[in-house]
Design a protein around this ligand. Structure first.
Ligand code: LLP
Length: 476
């Protein structure tokens, strides 16, 4: 059956192209399905960043992450512009690099003036290697190791302290090792007790969360910190969750944080920064309707400004750390279609050359994605199929009901919105090498992550000497 619009127009993959970009409007990338530069050329072929997607796959192999630089830059710039427009004080947008941490992505975000939020020593190392200045890096994590804390203190980044154990460890490290050096800049992460509607695994703001200090211990916490000469406590931090479409939870958060700011002053703490975290959702399917970047920023700025005015407090430096809404829509994953299996009157499986190892979100969170066929953008969408990954696991299904044109082996399937939490959560399950990634802009494609090889897969393997000499498979 051919799918049609109520207007009688046939559905094709082109319906997912960004609608407004050509008219000089400035669409919020998180409200689009495909990257802003996506076009159809030569009637049927998908182009991103001026590059033909099927040619990119021929050149760089399959599967392939394709990152559109213009979309990423536009999202970064829109966050910055919105804070400039709606916030009267100083502001700093950080890219939550857990969404996709690699040298090139950190470098692009930093080049638009963003700082970087890192969640481990490994992410901190990558951001530093990308050339990001330590004074714009903020380290998170609910169980930072001693080594990670020392690395962070030596690098000069800001540490977002999550709990008592960490706080005491930092004081001890500084008193023992760094008596003559600059005190570490820290922020305190607090759990705000705010619920939001998103998948329970990616909610963090409710009181029953592993992250952050319990706000019922504010008195104890502020008293302790105010007495520590080893620390330079500059700010408070909170994050309520991810893929959030409502604005009210972030408004509530902003209001709560200003109350904490007021309380901190009573303890003589000179808190000058508030970090409201990230969490703005993106459009993964036609029915998703997230607010724009501008609307989200405006809502937070209004509340902070009103609450500070009501409390007669000077405006803090306002930080935020979006991840998904900066990068998800900027990237697509291109796969090559291989085998298929038709089970009459039940289902048709179409298999691709990747799956849960390059995109673990469907199997982890039942996330829903949309796809197009890059070499059949103008063909009518005539079949509903299940896109299966190639892993030895029945649950390795990328998309349950994908509406596609008739497909054949060799067609290039493009899954949209894969820039966030795909590469960064990728694995080598079944010893699949992780795909390559390219960044595209103005018709130029540059490799940013090399495809792993079979040699890479055994790089860390060690075969103990006593196993080497055995004739394998032969019993003595
Ligand atoms: N700040 C903190 C402290 C965070 O924990 C996170 C995300 C962010 C900022 C960025 O949130 P975003 O703007 O990206 O929503 N793997 C899950 C998402 C986990 C989010 C973890 N924290 C997924 O694939 O949906």
């Amino acid at each position: 059956m051919v799918s049609t619009h109520p207007t009688g127009v046939q559905h094709t993959g082109s319906q997912y192209l960004p609608q407004k970009y050509d008219t000089n409007a400035n669409p919020s990338p998180n409200q689009e399905l495909l990257p802003l530069t996506a076009r159809v050329h030569n009637h049927d072929l998908l182009e991103i960043g001026g590059c033909d997607v099927t040619t990119l796959v021929e050149q760089f192999g399959s599967p392939l992450y394709i990152l559109d630089e213009e979309t990423l830059r536009s999202a970064c710039q829109q966050y910055r512009d919105a804070f400039k427009q709606y916030y009267k004080g100083e502001s700093q947008v950080l890219y939550a690099s857990k969404a996709w941490n690699c040298l090139a992505v950190c470098a692009i975000a930093a080049s638009v003036g963003l700082g970087i939020d890192v969640a481990s020593g490994g992410e901190l190392y990558t951001a530093l290697q990308a050339g990001v200045s330590a004074d714009k890096i903020y380290l998170h994590n609910n169980n930072k190791s001693r080594e990670e804390l020392i690395f962070a203190i030596e690098s000069g980044c800001t540490i977002v302290v999550d709990n008592w154990h960490e706080l005491r460890t930092i004081v001890e490290i500084v008193e023992k090792l760094y008596t003559t050096l600059q005190k570490p800049r820290i922020m305190l992460r607090l759990t705000p007790g705010i619920e939001c509607h998103t998948h329970e695994y990616i909610r963090t703001g409710q009181l029953d969360s592993k992250f952050g200090f319990d706000p019922n211990q504010l008195d104890e916490l502020f008293t302790f910190v105010s007495k520590q000469s080893a620390l330079n406590c500059v700010g408070l931090h909170s994050h309520i969750g991810s893929q959030i479409f409502e604005r009210q939870p972030h408004r509530d958060l902003a209001a709560v944080m200003v109350q904490w700011l007021r309380d901190a002053a009573k303890y003589g703490l000179n808190i000058t920064e508030l970090n409201v975290g990230g969490g703005l959702g993106i459009k993964y399917t036609e029915s998703d309707d997230p607010p724009s970047i501008e609307e989200w920023v405006k809502a937070i700025c209004e509340v902070i400004q009103e609450a500070c005015a009501a409390e007669n407090l000077p405006l803090p430096k306002l930080l935020s750390e979006p991840g998904r809404s900066l990068i998800a829509t900027a990237c697509v994953t291109a796969y090559t279609i291989g085998s298929s299996k038709v089970i009459p009157e039940i289902r048709t499986y179409v298999a691709i050359d990747g799956g849960m190892s390059d995109n673990p979100r469907p199997i982890t969170y039942q996330s829903v994605y949309r796809a197009v066929v890059a070499n059949k953008m103008s063909s009518p969408l005539t079949q509903t199929v299940t896109i299966a990954g190639k892993h030895c696991e029945s649950g390795d299904i990328l998309i349950k009901n994908a509406l596609l044109p008739k497909t054949e082996p060799g067609d290039i399937l493009v899954v949209m919105g894969t820039g966030a939490y795909n590469y960064s959560m990728a694995s080598n399950y079944n010893r699949l090498p992780r795909p390559a990634a390219v960044v595209v802009t103005n018709g130029e494609a540059n490799l940013i992550l090399q495809r792993e090889t079979y040699q890479d897969l055994i790089r860390q393997d060690r075969l103990p000497e006593r196993l080497k000499s055995q004739e394998l498979g032969v019993k003595s």
